[in-house]
Design a protein around this ligand. Structure first.
Ligand code: A3P
Length: 284
């Protein structure tokens, strides 16, 4: 049962894609006026792909002068002034697709980390987020939600289109693609990849420390303490960190998809992702 009353209009459409009303139309319209800095780092993902996890890894890198900002698309037109105030190297999260990314970021070839997760697990995770998050519309059933997800009628649009928009740039030297499942399999290895990509030197013992600090249980426990700190907002869909750490598992989709739902999903996946190399990571 809903512990709160859902608002009726919590999303709005911009260029055919759904966004939270916390991302103003004015801001979405003005993204190309954003002033990127050459040393900016962008943390990009479709929602529920492990954004908070990678952000936590970056925040735990010792002795570097970096600061995590709130998402570039969150807020109103004063956003860019707010981002201008940061003195340190900025790490800027966003769920925008490649085509929506401010021009300046592309021109300056800022470093971009794109996080991607198995779409079935992403769908299940987003389903729970829709149910638990007062900033997202009410959802009746898993079956109903899955239809919306497959149609791309969810916040930030279709998973397929999002991933494909980024995959086109997977060989750009300023882009690093990180898989959620790889992080689960060997977190230290993924952390090393991220650190190398950012051009930072970190000792093995520090890497072990980061690995421990960014485990699911550690992060879930800490979320309770840091909860609702608006300065620690990584996803433009909530400031409540308690909503983020649910299960943190690979393959949880099996507990939700019926065999028919799996078939329908796989058919669309095969059709949409037929030319995608990246998608091969997610073939069963
Ligand atoms: P689940 O809902 O499947 O548990 P995002 O940060 O992009 O919103 O993604 C949230 C998802 O990442 C949630 O998935 C959350 O539990 C998972 N997650 C967050 N931190 C994690 C960690 N340290 N280890 C594993 N999964 C993590």
């Amino acid at each position: 049962k809903m512990p709160f009353q859902k608002q009726s209009s919590v999303l709005h459409k911009f260029k055919g894609i759904l966004y939270s009303t916390m991302c103003s139309e004015e801001l979405l319209n003005s993204l190309d006026f954003f002033n990127a800095r050459e040393d900016d780092v962008f943390l990009v993902s479709y929602p529920k792909s492990g954004t908070h996890w990678v952000a936590e890894v970056i925040e735990n890198i010792p002795n570097v002068s970096m600061s995590l900002t709130s998402p570039i698309e969150l807020g109103d037109i004063s956003k860019f002034e707010e981002l201008n105030m940061y003195c340190k190297r900025r790490v800027i999260p966003t769920h925008l697709s490649y085509n929506m990314l401010p021009m300046n970021i592309k021109q300056k070839q800022c470093k971009i980390i794109y996080i991607v997760r198995n779409p079935k697990d992403t769908a299940v995770s987003l389903f729970h987020y829709y149910r638990d998050n007062p900033n997202l519309p009410g959802i009746e059933t898993w079956a109903g939600f899955l239809e919306l997800f497959l149609r791309g009628d969810v916040v930030y649009g279709s998973w397929f289109d999002h991933v494909l928009s980024w995959e086109e740039h997977k060989n750009d030297k300023n882009i690093l693609i990180i898989f959620y499942e790889e992080m689960k399999r060997d977190l230290s290895k993924s952390i090393k990849k991220i650190i190398n990509f950012l051009g930072i030197n970190v000792s093995d013992s520090e890497i072990n420390k980061i690995t421990r600090k960014t485990s699911f249980s550690e992060m879930k426990n800490n979320a309770a303490k840091e909860n609702c700190d608006p300065n620690h907002t990584i996803c433009a869909l909530t400031t409540n960190r308690n909503l983020v750490f649910r299960k943190g598992a690979v393959g949880d989709w099996i507990n939700y998809f019926t065999s028919k739902q799996k078939r329908v999903f796989d058919e669309l996946f095969t059709e949409k992702m037929k030319d995608s190399e990246l998608a091969r990571h997610f073939e069963d």
